[in-house]
Design a protein around this ligand. Structure first.
Ligand SMILES: Nc1ncnc2c1ncn2[C@@H]1O[C@H](COP(=O)(O)OP(=O)(O)O)[C@@H](O)[C@H]1O
Ligand SMILES: [Mg+2]
Length: 246
């Protein structure tokens, strides 16, 4: 099975070319990191994978689990096991965490022809996951992200990931503006969650995050394409000398 293969992807927004013959292959169970200067197209990549329709795909292909991802809308993509942790998590006032996550997981189970969870079994699952992640059960009664601190938003993001159990998670700059506590929540959450079956694409500026997560591959992006790939040593090199020599 082809897990994720992005082939010669060209993307533009408002007539401006952003991704330029972009190529990337991720296998099941792998953790990849993408680093790169501001404006090089990292978030564009995440948004295109997630199915944001503001971006124009000029050419290229994205195969995810043997399916042509570009043929699927946002909802269908989520059902294939794709999860995007947003750079700026949205607030959804009036929508409570518990029923929202229950509806989300049931929609996934249904698409997999598996039995849905009733409220009681779901509440049990949610409490167990929250406990594992050190999340106070009071939080589960609140509206999504409304009035959450930066750290709480991160906790919620990780909780949502752990409940929905996606096979592929994209983190976009989850460390921007993260304090030490929030960084720990995110890295511990990812490390607890990762196994041979799920894969990650971690988009970041900072080596610090990668020190905790130990990605299998580190890629450097510039002007809409990957210009160099390596392992964690590449991240250390960037921390020392920046992007200019790559
Ligand atoms: N919605 C948008 N409208 C216009 N230009 C955009 C939009 N989103 C991104 N861009 C432009 O695309 C380029 C890449 O942006 P982005 O993917 O956010 O880069 P990065 O995440 O690497 O900082 C930038 O020049 C940015 O200004
Ligand atoms: Mg970005």
């Amino acid at each position: 099975m082809i897990f994720l293969n992005i082939n010669n992807l060209n993307v533009s927004i408002e007539g401006k070319k952003i991704l330029d013959d972009f190529n990337l292959t991720i296998n099941q169970g792998e953790v990849h990191a993408i680093m790169g200067p501001n404006g090089c197209g990292k978030s564009t990549l995440a948004n295109v994978l997630a199915g944001n329709e503001d971006y124009k795909i000029n050419s290229g292909k994205i195969i995810f689990k043997d399916e042509d991802l570009l043929d699927l809308n946002i909802e269908e993509r989520a059902k294939t096991g794709l999860f995007l942790a947003f750079q700026y998590p949205v607030e959804i006032p009036g929508v409570n965490i518990t029923p929202f996550l229950q509806a989300s997981i049931n929609s996934k189970l249904k698409s997999e022809n598996k039995p849905e969870l009733d409220s009681l079994s779901f509440a049990k699952l949610l409490r167990k996951k929250a406990e594992e992640l050190g999340i106070d059960s009071e939080m589960l009664k609140r509206s999504i992200n409304t009035g959450f601190s930066g750290g709480e938003k991160k906790r919620y993001e990780i909780l949502q990931m752990s409940v929905l159990n996606p096979e592929f998670t994209i983190f976009d700059e989850t460390d921007s503006g993260l304090d030490v506590d929030a960084l720990r929540i995110v890295t511990e959450g990812i490390n607890r969650f990762k196994n041979n079956e799920n894969s990650f694409l971690i988009i970041t500026h900072y080596q610090k995050l990668l020190d905790y997560i130990h990605p299998d591959y580190v890629h450097v992006m510039r002007n809409g394409k990957i210009v160099k790939s390596g392992d964690i040593m590449l991240a250390a090199e960037i921390e020392r000398s920046g992007y200019k020599n790559l």
